[in-house]
Design a protein around this ligand. Structure first.
Ligand code: SF4
Length: 351
């Protein structure tokens, strides 16, 4: 792209869809570096130098769904299924609080056996002695369940839509509807949840045009956290022989989202780190301000295989924590000891 045109786009406060596409299509090394530099500056101006840690506990790998891209899909008979006991989950959360992690992410497939009351009990038990933020990532659940869990103390909900093209959405997610996903996200927002969404970069048939649409949808929905992860093919899924998503395009998506949405929270995902040994650092240097380390205890952590060869799935979660702290300080950033609530709406601040 001509220098003048790139500088003109980068100087804007808002982008048209065509400009988002232009930025995602940048291919000259020095153009991409200009994009990353600008995104890093915007991250510094709007979010500061702190990196917020969201401690993930994968509480169950059972799933009733059959998304084509996911290793946990119901039809994958090779997965050794587990469901953690409520007390184990509550104890693991307490260990994270001792480490200074003030957001606990409870993550699972769509597992109906983790019913409304069990989840409410876990949330309430964690929250009764500490003001950590609780993020739920449990898939599409009933509207009454969302309400009950909010009352029990949940703060955030992650429901990634992965693709805003409704035909492809139904294909990737085995006939589920994009409209329902968006309605659920809107409902969660109305209930007072901070919402998280995301896109898998490099899904089969995905186009740059669709990634641009995803970004504009995040802007319209006033999403509080957005994640871009490279697609990684998983064995025993219909997409097992498809190529992995591009790291470079994932990093460009992070950078463009930072420029477009300014103070949104953006993680450098574990998937990025699984494809590139410096994936987390690269993400944090082009707009990301969040890391989501996995603290799922043994023996469960090896069995939560959305994709294969996930970085840190075989290491001790508490040893990995020390390494993570070093990686963050090696790039001159600080770890936050706050909850890291949404920066997009001051009514969410509980610091
Ligand atoms: S993406 Fe989520 S809902 Fe779909 S199969 Fe995987 S765990 Fe289940």
């Amino acid at each position: 792209m001509k220098n003048e045109k790139l500088e003109n786009i980068l100087s804007k406060q808002n982008f048209s869809k065509e400009e988002v596409i232009d930025l995602l299509n940048l291919d000259e090394k020095h153009d991409i570096e200009s994009l990353f530099r600008k995104a890093d500056q915007v991250r510094k101006d709007f979010c500061g130098e702190e990196v917020h840690l969201r401690g993930v506990i994968e509480i169950s790998n059972h799933c009733d769904q059959n998304c084509l891209f996911c290793g946990l899909r119901d039809d994958n008979f090779t997965v050794k299924r587990y469901r953690m006991e409520p007390d184990e989950i509550i104890e693991t959360a307490a260990k994270l609080v001792k480490l200074g992690i003030y957001t606990i992410v409870l993550k699972s497939g769509e597992d109906r056996k983790l019913d409304t009351d069990i989840i409410a009990h876990i949330i309430y038990s964690i929250k009764k002695s500490t003001n950590v933020a609780i993020t739920l990532s449990l898939g599409e659940r009933g509207l009454d369940e969302y309400k009950t869990w909010k009352i029990a103390g949940a703060d955030r909900y992650i429901l990634r839509h992965e693709s805003c093209d409704s035909t492809k959405y139904a294909y990737y997610r085995n006939k589920k509807t994009h409209t329902n996903r968006i309605q659920q996200l809107k409902y969660l927002k109305r209930l007072g949840y901070q919402i998280g969404d995301g896109t898998l970069i490099g899904l089969p048939l995905q186009t740059i045009d669709e990634i641009a649409d995803d970004m504009l949808l995040f802007q319209e929905m006033d999403t509080d956290m957005i994640a871009f992860s490279p697609f990684i093919p998983s064995p025993f899924t219909p997409f097992q022989n498809k190529p992995a998503g591009s790291i470079e395009l994932t990093l460009k998506a992070i950078a463009v989202a930072r420029l477009l949405l300014k103070n949104v929270h953006i993680p450098a995902t574990t998937a990025l780190d699984s494809l590139d040994p410096k994936g987390k650092e690269k993400g944090l240097k082009c707009g990301a301000n969040i890391l989501m380390p996995n603290y799922t205890p043994y023996p469960y952590r090896e069995s939560y295989r959305i994709y294969p060869n996930r970085r840190d799935s075989n290491s001790d979660p508490f040893d990995s924590h020390k390494m993570l702290v070093d990686r963050i300080s090696n790039i001159g950033r600080d770890i936050s000891f706050s909850r890291g609530d949404s920066l997009r709406n001051s009514s969410f601040l509980h610091l």
